[in-house]
Write a protein that binds this ligand. Structure first.
Ligand SMILES: [Zn+2]
Length: 287
């Protein structure tokens, strides 16, 4: 976790106007809501999706009763699943597949994120269901863990927004607790980051179940590291293992500064005793 990624190429307001223009059913409703709908999109953009500053539209103001409001809510949510040829079918398809990411911007796990997450959930904010800036690429595991959450128990913003929140430094590290042939892993937030971002990063990590998922990754990745250390020794490597890990780290940071591999290598390098063990210690026999 977590990366800042470029916003969608298409302009959110322009796409909204095209969607509005294509409405053929419930025209009275869409005429009534359109100005407030556009305003709510502008407020979202102005406040960068921050749920502390954004209120959902009350659809009862644009309908005659609760049944109609519920029905129009479904219509708004349905805009996220347009038929081929309708706006924004093609745009969503590209946003899911042509983002160029090779790790999830929400958690940092390697892989091409194949789903789009509604940063503010469509069930609670149906008018934002097709706002492009509310749709961020996300891996399946993050989406399962996040579900429809978006606020903390005390009403604060819970998740880092990949289009709007600046994340330019490492957010957290792994600690390796000896014995180094089979260490215990802990995930620790970097306390040198700005306090508001630190608080948000903590909430975000909880909301995507990061600790448990990353510890599983560490279990496997650490065995790979031990094997690499053994191969390095077997080949009588003239370059220090630390320098090799440094190169691996830089390559992973090109992917994303907070991708799991980058966090792993950076944390390993910071532990001088671990590097010494990998270069000189008794490695497990069963590698
Ligand atoms: Zn993820």
């Amino acid at each position: 976790m977590v990366a800042n990624i470029p916003p969608p190429k298409d302009d959110s307001i322009e796409v909204f106007l095209r969607i509005l223009d294509e409405r053929k059913r419930h025209l009275d409703f869409y005429q009534r809501i359109k100005n407030d709908w556009q305003k709510s999109i502008e407020i979202y953009i102005k406040h960068k999706g921050n749920p502390e500053k954004i209120a959902a539209l009350d659809l009862l103001l644009y309908t005659k009763d609760e049944d109609e409001a519920e029905d129009r809510k479904k219509s708004l949510i349905g805009l996220y699943s347009p038929q081929q040829g309708k706006t924004p079918h093609e745009i969503l398809s590209k946003m899911r597949r042509e983002h160029g990411l090779i790790c999830c911007p929400s958690c940092g796990e390697a892989g091409i994120p194949g789903t789009l997450d509604h940063y503010l959930p469509k069930d609670e904010f149906p008018e934002l269901s097709v706002l492009l800036l509310n749709l961020t690429p996300m891996c399946f595991e993050c989406q399962q863990a996040k579900g429809t959450q978006y606020k903390t128990n005390n009403g604060s913003k819970k998740y880092i927004h990949p289009y709007f929140d600046e994340v330019t430094t490492p957010l957290y590290k792994i600690t390796f607790q000896p014995p180094y042939n089979s260490p215990k892993f802990s995930i620790v937030m970097n306390d040198d980051i700005e306090p508001d971002l630190l608080k948000l990063a903590n909430e975000h990590a909880i909301g995507i179940d990061l600790t448990l998922r990353l510890k599983k990754f560490c279990n496997t990745k650490y065995v790979h590291l031990l094997k690499s250390a053994k191969r390095h020794r077997d080949k009588g490597g003239r370059v220090g293992l630390g320098e090799i890990i440094e190169i691996l780290l830089q390559s992973e940071e090109d992917k994303s500064i907070n991708c799991w591999e980058a966090v792993f290598y950076r944390s390993a390098l910071a532990d001088k005793d671990l590097i010494d063990y990998l270069e000189n210690g008794d490695l497990p026999d069963n590698l």
